[in-house]
Design a protein around this ligand. Structure first.
Ligand SMILES: N[C@@H](CCC(=O)N[C@@H](CS)C(=O)NCC(=O)O)C(=O)O
Length: 145
């Protein structure tokens, strides 16, 4: 609670300064380490990336947390499937969720790696499944598994 008034992890403490909320931590790291930018320079593309980061946080994470914590789990599973179907449709004909590989993909990856916990079958979402294979082939992603 001292580091994060929301009482949640993750928290990044950088030079004594606590930074919380995964999406904010990721943007902080992207801005601090500029060798490999995962937020596009172009403002409209950047906004598109942030829209999907927010979608992961406010839709996918909210529904997935309800599944895991068994808060009306059947309704939560239905909600999660509906939100994942939106992502699946968006990925049709695309390599990555928001043009190039970006923080939006990074934000989406954990929902797929934890799919057993969230009780959804990725085989039902063919575009998501192909995207997942594509991102898993990236050495930086593979190194986190
Ligand atoms: N929006 C937050 C969500 C963080 C979150 O829900 N963390 C969970 C673990 S994955 C947690 O700390 N749960 C403990 C609790 O709710 O008491 C983020 O993206 O950092």
């Amino acid at each position: 609670m001292e580091l994060n008034p929301y009482g949640k992890v993750p928290v990044l403490v950088d030079d004594g300064e606590p930074i919380y909320e995964s999406n904010i931590i990721n943007q902080y790291l992207d801005e601090k380490y500029r060798e490999m930018r995962l937020l596009p320079e172009d403002l409209k593309r950047r906004a598109r990336v942030r829209i999907w980061m927010d979608y992961c946080d406010t839709r996918l994470h909210a529904a997935a947390a309800d599944v895991v914590h068994e808060r009306e789990p059947e309704k939560a599973k239905e909600r999660l499937q509906k939100y994942i179907a939106v992502v699946d449709r968006e990925l049709e004909g695309r390599e990555y969720i928001a043009v190039d590989y970006s923080l939006a993909d990074v934000t989406l990856i954990p929902f797929c790696t934890r799919r057993d916990r969230y009780q959804f079958d990725i085989e039902r979402f063919p575009h998501l499944r192909r995207w997942f294979e594509r991102v898993l082939a990236r050495p930086a992603v593979a190194s986190t598994l």
